[in-house]
Each structure stands twice: as structure tokens, then as C-alpha cells.
Design a protein around this ligand. Structure first.
Ligand code: CAA
Length: 247
């Protein structure tokens, strides 16, 4: 059904959505982005899915936008790909069904931006999170191996910043000063610091991660879905009451 995703909706109401391109650390290419658009709409329309748990297969959650995809794009298509990511992640944020991102290993660039579009993030203690876009065109030693021959996204003039909503959602989550520090340095934060700055809600030992995430998902799935939707709507729109109680 999907080339880059694995979806499993359990009778308990937990829908696990796995990014499934482990060889490239689940880097997001056009196929995965289009599939994410489709699957989140389908899950939001599925009454059996009470909560979506977003995960990555293999040793990382997601290493960001697929740099090989970026390399193949014209300047115009690159702008369009940014718009596509922005629209897709905004839709995830606006879903009625709760979404939890469960992050292990790397959650970088577009991968962290995807996690930030979820309602909240939990992490394994081996997680490393960051928006390293600025390092892709940095001077040594800060430029990563993957762009040592040149960054496809960085024109000599003009610029590039986290393109899929991170510049908005990271400051909302951790405050402007810390968000600016992370984006200006491109530094990766470990799980302990991520917890301290409020980027993740909880950290679990890596060897208990599957179990703890399953327990969290099962708990939310056991709640009345009318009420989980109601709470999301009240919080997302800053209302104190949407409608009177039906009873
Ligand atoms: N795109 C495409 N492929 C990627 C990738 C990416 N973002 N990140 C990793 N990979 C691939 C590597 O090319 C490698 O493939 P091969 O085995 O075929 O060579 C494989 O995944 C494993 O990667 P490494 O060998 O580099 O593994 P590592 O453990 O030494 O390093 C890493 C892991 C630190 C994540 C490193 O791969 C890295 O720095 N990746 C780039 C991360 C990044 O900068 N992401 C931001 C992308 S830009 C973005 O997301 C823009 C936006 O706002 C939308």
C-alpha cells in the first residue's frame, strides 16, 4: 500500500505509523512526503484509529529531508518542496486524532520538524535532536560529511533555513532564545537536554522504549475519542469551552 511507510491500526485503537526507509535513516523524499499527506488524512478519517504513534524503523527516527532528493531539484522545485512540507506538516498539526512522535536515534532537520507537528514528543535516552540545516553550508569542522562536496540547498546568495515549519514550532515549544541558539549553531541536543528545555515530554531508557511507548499509546487510545478530539480543539484554538456538555 505504501512504499515508504508501514501502518498498523490495532483493535485497541493505537495506530502505529512507521517511517520505513532505514537505509537512509528514514530521510524524507518526495514519495514519503506524498505518502505522509495521504496516510495522515486516512488515519484522521478512520474511526478505529484513536491515537497515532509516529516512529522510525531502524536506528533513527528520521535524518531530515533526503539530501539526494534536494540535489535533484531545480531552484523552483526546491521552493515548491518547502511549501509541500509546510502544508503537509500543518495538516498533521490540525488533525483531530492525537498524534505522538516517539523519537529514538536521530531526529534532525525535517525529521524534527515532523516530530514537532505531532501533539508532543517522547524520546528514547539515545535520541539526538536538532535543526542542523545551517551546518550544511558551514565552514569546517561544522559542515557534515554528507555535504562536504557542497550543499544542494545553499545558493551562494539568498538563504536557507529550516523549511518545514521548524522556525515556527521550535520557538513555540522551547522559547525563542533556545530555538535561536539551536538553529544558529545547528547543534544536536541529547535526550536529557531535550527534556530539560521542554522539547520532549518524557525520556525512556532505549531498552524499554517499545514497551513504554506502547503503554502510552494504549492509555490514550483507551480514552473516549470524542473527548480527545475536544481537548485538542480547545487547546489548539485557545478556547475555554467549545460547546455545552451534551448530557
Ligand atoms: N538524506 C539522504 N540520506 C541520508 C540523510 C539525509 N538527510 N541522512 C543520512 N543519510 C544516509 C547516508 O547518506 C548514509 O547512506 P549510505 O549508507 O548509502 O552512505 C546512511 O543514511 C547512513 O548515514 P551515515 O553513514 O552518515 O550515518 P552516521 O551515523 O555516520 O551519521 C547523521 C548520521 C549524523 C544523521 C548523518 O547522516 C547526517 O549528518 N545526516 C544529515 C542530517 C541533516 O543534515 N539533516 C537535515 C537535512 S536538510 C532538511 O531537513 C531541510 C528541511 O528543513 C526540510
Amino acid at each position: 500500500m505504501y512504499e515508504t511507510l508501514e501502518v498498523n491500526v490495532e483493535s485497541s485503537g493505537v495506530a502505529t505509523l512507521m517511517l520505513n526507509k532505514p537505509k537512509s535513516l528514514n530521510a524524507i523524499d518526495l514519495t514519503m512526503m506524498m505518502e505522509l499527506r495521504r496516510v495522515f488524512q486516512e488515519l484522521d478519517d478512520d474511526p478505529q484509529a484513536h491515537v497515532v504513534v509516529l516512529r522510525g524503523a531502524g536506528r533513527a527516527f528520521c535524518a531530515g529531508a533526503d539530501i539526494k532528493w534536494s540535489e535533484s531539484l531545480t531552484k523552483k522545485d526546491r521552493l515548491e518542496s518547502n511549501r509541500l512540507g509546510q502544508k503537509t506538516f500543518a495538516r498533521i498539526e490540525q488533525m483531530e486524532t492525537p498524534v505522538v512522535a516517539a523519537v529514538h536515534g536521530y531526529a534532525l532537520g525535517g525529521g524534527l520538524e515532523l516530530a514537532l507537528a505531532a501533539d508532543f514528543i517522547v524520546a528514547a535516552d539515545d535520541a539526538q535532536l536538532g535543526l542542523p540545516e545551517i551546518t550544511l553550508s558551514a565552514e569546517p569542522p561544522y559542515r557534515p560529511k554528507i555535504t562536504e562536496d557542497g550543499d544542494p540547498d545553499q545558493p551562494e546568495f539568498g538563504g536557507q533555513a529550516p523549511g518545514w515549519g521548524g522556525t515556527k514550532r521550535l520557538p513555540e515549544r522551547v522559547g525563542r532564545a533556545i530555538a535561536k541558539e539551536l538553529m544558529l549553531t545547528g547543534v544536536r541536543v541529547d535526550a536529557e537536554r531535550a527534556l530539560r528545555i521542554g522539547l520532549v515530554n518524557e525520556v525512556y531508557p532505549a531498552d524499554q522504549f517499545d514497551e513504554q511507548v506502547a503503554e502510552l499509546g494504549a492509555r490514550i487510545a483507551a480514552m473516549n475519542p470524542y473527548n480527545t478530539r475536544l481537548i485538542k480543539e480547545l487547546v489548539n484554538h485557545g478556547y475555554d469551552m467549545l460547546e455545552s456538555h451534551p448530557s
